[in-house]
Design a protein around this ligand. Structure first.
Ligand SMILES: Nc1ncnc2c1ncn2[C@@H]1O[C@H](COP(=O)(O)OP(=O)(O)OP(=O)(O)O)[C@@H](O)[C@H]1O
Length: 253
């Protein structure tokens, strides 16, 4: 059988590797025909993709096309009904600390403690992943500053606007170490300046070697951050036969 059709794939940045460069890296995130089928409907039609260290892949598509479901399968929050996912060579498993230590995800709202300030949350999460408390606190302050939210450090979560809450959720995600970053619509509720600040910060992490898989409805965010874009195309439909759904192959394009 020939190569699968490649609908929706847009390559945006040129590869840093020339023909005589070093051997191509193994993707940190790999999905092979991963899909989720429930009660006669494809929540996610099969997708095959790979994201290497230092690359950002944006997933686009209309409401209901499966972007969140794709991210949830990579995060280990939803079990695929078909296909496989590997993150750093490991199948997603929240109980496996090797898996958890590689992947940071903002897919849905993070759990928060009502009686901890924002900075205390950030210090707690950073210290839980191995930083000293002073170092984690400093990193938390730096993150809030990079997001233009330093004056919120002593607030409690219930004292934030919805956009400020989104900035805080992003800071909580970025305060820990990771090799793979999953973000579901990070642009939600952000004003244009904050959107750009988030995009800059996220791109810095990608340029430092993280692999990013981001679902987004924002052309501005995608333009600022992504190397490559895929479009899931259509909202989930009831299956009409075995050939329903679509298959993307983004491994090596
Ligand atoms: N728990 C669930 N049970 C049944 N169907 C679900 C469930 N979660 C999502 N779906 C359906 O799966 C499909 C894909 O949803 P998903 O949230 O992945 O889409 P999306 O592309 O992220 O959409 P949006 O842009 O609105 O966030 C939709 O048709 C949705 O209704």
């Amino acid at each position: 059988m020939g190569r699968p059709h490649l609908p929706g794939l847009i390559r945006r940045r040129s590869s840093p590797r020339g023909p005589s460069g070093p051997p191509e890296a193994v993707p940190l995130v790999t999905t092979r025909g991963v899909g989720v089928h429930l009660d006669g409907t494809d929540l996610l039609a099969p997708v095959t993709l790979g994201v290497e260290a230092g690359q950002a892949l944006a997933v686009r598509g209309p409401n209901g096309s499966g972007k969140t479901t794709l991210l949830r399968t990579v995060a280990g929050l939803t079990a695929p009904t078909v296909g496989t996912v590997l993150v750093g060579g490991l199948p997603p498993d929240d109980r496996d600390v090797r898996f958890r230590s590689r992947l940071a995800a903002l897919v849905g709202p993070p759990p928060l403690a009502g009686n901890l300030t924002l900075l205390e949350h950030l210090a707690l999460v950073g210290a839980s992943w191995g930083a000293s408390v002073p170092s984690a606190t400093g990193r938390g302050r730096d993150l809030l500053a990079a997001l233009g939210a330093e004056r919120l450090a002593a607030r409690f979560p219930h004292e934030l606007s919805s956009g400020q809450g989104q900035l805080f959720a992003l800071a909580l995600t970025l305060v820990r170490p990771f090799d793979v970053l999953l973000l579901d619509e990070p642009e939600q509720r952000l004003d244009p300046d904050r959107l750009e600040a988030v995009a800059r910060l996220v791109r810095t992490r990608v340029d430092a070697g993280a692999a990013l898989l981001v679902a987004s409805h924002s052309p501005v965010f995608v333009d600022l951050v992504a190397d490559t874009t895929i479009d899931l195309g259509v909202a989930a439909q009831p299956r009409s036969g075995d050939d329903a759904g679509h298959d993307y192959d983004l491994l090596r394009g």
